[in-house]
Design a protein around this ligand. Sequence first.
Ligand code: SAM
Length: 223
Amino acid sequence: MDIPSDDIARFVAATAPEPDDLAREMDYYAEAEGFPHVGPEVGGLLRMLARMVDARRVFEFGSGFGYSAYWWAQALPDDGQVVLTEFDADELDQAREFLTRGGVDHLASYEHGDALDAIERYDGPFDCVLVDHQKHRYREAFEAVRPKLAPGAVVVADNAMTAGPIEFDKLLEMVADEESDPDDVNEHTQGIYDYLHAVRNDDDFETVVLPVGEGIAVSYYLG
Ligand SMILES: C[S@@+](CC[C@H](N)C(=O)[O-])C[C@H]1O[C@@H](n2cnc3c(N)ncnc32)[C@H](O)[C@@H]1O
């Protein structure tokens, strides 16, 4: 029996981990601002992945107002670190306010500016990474953080299936048939395709795309 995709999304949402009061408030904030945060289903998965790999250090490409960072932080030890990167200073200030209220500000390093510049200032090793910035630069982010991963690290990319500007039908055609060459693919769609191609063809990684939220690609570093 084929389950309609709307029902799958409702099922996953209904069985997702319960956000705490602050995460719920952040969900309301995202809704009010029309901000594309990962949402509680993906947030809960990030926290679980961090627990599974005993994460100490996390790097995010694209942090917005700190929602995904808050979920990661809940799984980190008291001397852990989550590096937030964000172009928008106001969003980063908002992140600091939320993470302070959540009692995890001491774990956070706030990097204002381009995430691709920020990663150059860190040696790693990182146990978990979230790729959630400009879609056409996902592959660049992967290449920049790859040498800084701890063995057994997990790299998560959001919007692996969809997002506002991503052309799902074309992306599906491209991943289903590598020889296909759909017309006029936009840079966001091409960026996701290039990222998936890179992680799936890297022998040091195992990658699974999960239909949670807007689709996430979870890559496990075997190195
Ligand atoms: C989808 S949102 C991130 C949401 C966040 N991960 C969450 O779920 O709470 C993407 C954010 O990345 C920021 N951004 C995009 N490209 C960036 C870059 N190269 N460097 C830093 N921030 C970037 C945008 O300003 C935006 O706030």
